[in-house]
Design a protein around this ligand. Structure first.
Ligand SMILES: [Zn+2]
Length: 451
């Protein structure tokens, strides 16, 4: 847990430096510092070859320079009317980087389904989408709605995430092609819905001014960290965790990285060499500059001998659920709603790709033994940092989950379950032990079915 805090501190340094979209973003200093720090930890654990490897990002990094969402006061609403600037506004990457500024009437489109949009004219307006993070922005059905609204003529889109408090969110799946499109947190979203509704009752419209300036930074250098514990065989098990993060990134992915460091220390201290060579890969990530793809390209020798990749990602966030949508006791009924947290971590999805049912069996055995709660059926999909390994045909396995704090400024160490972190570490230590004993032929399965 101390390591989780230390890793999150690199994000907080980025925030303190004034980065509007802060975090451990690949190609920027916080990600490099994180990788350098993990390399130091691995060396201290006795992994003598631990080192950082640079790679050049294939896509330019999009970053906001300045922006504002301003609900405009209007004298026809009565005395004391005033502008309200939304504090949780965060613009999302779009195809154009030319500055945008505009004004329009706000229109609320619900969750933006085809059925809802059939009755709503968004042309020339700023559309507000009610995003339900079920179970997170990853799975929410409102992905892509902003682009559809832009096609229908909206001059801007605000994706309002039903979520605790007034968090910042960032996720490219909610962006637009050219129009300025934003994510806002729970209180701001509830406020917009409330004022749009109250103005409509009075036969009026609420107007908003929006502005966005962004930049693209091409050819940035990002970093992976690599370290080895030599085994009795030259066959390799890769233990991967991504270092990059939006915002604090405690569950995404400081906890995975901390467990990776814990596992390296544990296996380095054992008297007996592991049956297979363990390669610890601190990945530069997948949000903006893909670390695993660069690693695979740089190390054909390792890849050729790899029998399984296991990925440590989103391991121990507490379970948070919405108890009521809007807080009826709040003035005007527009606070973000009631949310409850329990003391255990979210249910994990067990995924294995290019792998045999035997790998799922080993995961099931380890989850029972160490009390990690997984969804009942293993799935032949494994989202997150495994993408490049899967495309390279390597058997790949992980536990993963995400919920309302995913890709938000609420993903802080206070949301990490400490016993959950221990359970995850024990799970992977047990799983690595079982995989070490399994013949290579029992691990590699057919490629996933084409979608
Ligand atoms: Zn992640």
């Amino acid at each position: 847990m101390a390591d989780v805090h230390r890793i999150v501190d690199f994000s907080l340094e980025s925030k303190a430096a004034g980065d509007l979209l802060y975090g451990r973003i690949s190609g920027l200093p916080a990600e490099q510092k994180t990788v350098d720090w993990t390399v130091g930890k691995l060396k201290a654990s006795g992994l003598k070859d631990a080192h950082a490897e640079s790679y050049v990002s294939t896509a330019p990094l999009w970053l906001p320079v300045s922006f504002e969402l301003r609900v405009l006061g209007d004298a026809t609403f009565g005395a004391g009317t005033q502008d309200v600037v939304l504090k949780s506004a965060m613009p999302i990457r779009n195809a154009t980087v030319k500055p945008a500024a505009g004004e329009g009437a706000l229109v609320f489109v619900g969750r933006g389904s085809a059925a809802e949009l059939a009755n709503i004219d968004v042309k020339g307006k700023i559309a507000v989408v009610n995003v339900v993070p079920d179970d997170s922005l990853f799975a929410a059905r409102e992905k892509g709605v902003a682009r559809e609204l832009e096609k229908r003529g909206a001059v801007g889109v605000i994706n309002a995430v039903e979520s605790p408090g007034n968090l910042l969110y960032y996720d490219n799946r909610y962006g637009c092609d050219a129009a300025p499109c934003f994510l806002v947190g729970g209180d701001d979203g509830a406020f917009l819905e409330s004022v749009i509704g109250r103005a409509a009752k009075a036969g009026k419209q609420v107007r908003m001014g929006l502005a966005l300036k962004a930049e693209e930074r091409p050819n940035l250098t990002a970093w992976n960290g690599v370290a080895t514990i030599p085994g009795k065989s030259k066959e390799v098990v890769i233990v991967n965790a991504h270092a990059d993060a939006w915002f604090d990134g405690a569950d995404d992915n400081a906890d995975g990285l901390a467990v990776e460091l814990g596992l390296a220390d544990y296996f380095a201290r054992r008297k007996e060499k592991p049956a297979r060579t363990l390669v610890f890969m601190i990945s530069g990530g997948h949000h903006t500059a893909v670390g695993a793809a660069a690693f695979i390209k740089a190390h054909p020798d390792i890849i050729e001998n790899t029998v399984l990749v296991m990925n440590l990602e989103h391991l121990a966030q507490i379970n948070v659920t919405q108890a009521a949508r809007l807080d009826p006791s709040a003035p005007g009924g527009y606070a973000a709603g009631f949310w409850t947290a329990n003391t255990t971590e979210t249910t994990k999805q067990a995924g294995a790709v290019n792998a045999t049912p035997f790998v799922w069996e080993l995961m099931g055995k380890a989850s029972k033994r160490y009390g990690v709660v997984t969804s009942y059926e293993p799935t032949p999909s494994a989202p997150g940092d495994l993408g490049s390994y899967i495309r390279a045909g390597l058997p790949s396995a992980q536990l993963i989950s995400s919920e309302v704090y995913y890709h938000s400024s609420g993903d802080t160490p206070s949301t990490i379950s400490v016993p959950g972190l221990e359970r995850a570490a024990a799970f992977y230590a047990g799983f690595i032990g079982d995989v070490a004993k399994a013949p290579r032929g029992k691990l590699k399965g057919p490629p996933p079915p084409a979608r």
